[in-house]
Design a binder for this molecule. Structure first.
Ligand SMILES: O=C(O)CCC(=O)C(=O)O
Length: 250
């Protein structure tokens, strides 16, 4: 089994911060120069081609693109998530978030409302491929919001999703902006409230979310955001349960 790099080992304080606040970071997985090379490969090989999910080029590209598989299994990310979830880790989904200038709002939501996981447990990493600022619509989160499950209702017209957290059920006053340099990422839980606004800048905003859970979780492969034939990555340790389907590095 791969050992956690001492440099990426979460401290007790960081673990407690995550338990209290539902997020951690930002941390750097690579430098902006290193991410520039990865970005070019993503632009050339991923954004312009169809992947395994017929409904979306943005999803599950770890299945067909080594560059995405390598981001999804990056030690700087998995070492830290192992500090929260333990040594056996599944990367069950990957999803690009490409927001061009004028790209629409993503409303406040808790991810678990959208996912085919039982029991409902996940830690995500959101990795910046472009520089991500308030101007080009960085993700915003509400610290501590993961401690409550919120009702979700029909979303407002014109936003990216069909449902959103009931606006009467939370206070967005404490929201923080997750501004990131290329190559940086933050970690958040399946219930941490987050959103992003309309991209009012003239700069694209590209990131990718890596979704991580445990072998005890059933990932129902045929429900959105997945698709028939979807495979996860057994990224760390072992799976003695055998519920889920895994693929190798493409
Ligand atoms: O990138 C965004 O604006 C939203 C990201 C998101 O909803 C997620 O990673 O779960």
């Amino acid at each position: 089994m791969r050992e956690t790099d001492a440099m990426n080992q979460l401290t007790r304080k960081e673990v407690e911060f995550f338990v209290e606040n539902g997020y951690l970071g930002p941390y750097a997985a690579m430098s902006p120069d290193e991410m520039a090379l990865v970005r070019r490969e993503i632009e050339e090989k991923v954004l312009t081609t169809d992947g395994p999910n017929p409904r979306s080029r943005a999803q599950s590209r770890h299945m067909d693109q080594p560059v995405v598989y390598d981001l999804a299994t990056h030690p700087a990310i998995l070492d830290r998530i192992a500090g929260l979830l333990g040594p056996d880790l599944i990367v069950w989904a990957t999803n690009f978030w490409l927001k061009p200038p004028d790209g629409v709002e993503i409303p406040w939501h808790q991810d678990i409302n959208f996912w085919p996981l039982e029991p409902p447990l996940n830690t995500s990493a959101w990795i910046a491929i472009d520089e991500v600022t308030v101007e080009n619509s960085c993700v915003q989160i509400i610290p501590g919001s993961h401690r409550q499950s919120l009702n979700h209702v029909k979303a407002d017209e014109g936003v990216a999703f069909g449902k959103m957290a009931d606006p009467d059920s939370f206070d967005a006053a404490g929201a923080i902006n997750m501004e990131l340099k290329p190559g940086e990422f933050f970690i958040f839980s399946e219930r941490t409230l987050h959103r992003s606004s309309v991209n009012t800048s003239d700069k694209r905003r590209l990131g990718i979310s890596i979704r991580v859970t445990l072998p005890i979780v059933h990932v129902f492969q045929d429900g959105p955001p997945l698709h028939a034939g979807h495979t996860a990555i057994l990224a760390r340790g072992k799976d003695v349960m055998g519920f889920n389907r895994y693929g190798d590095r493409p």
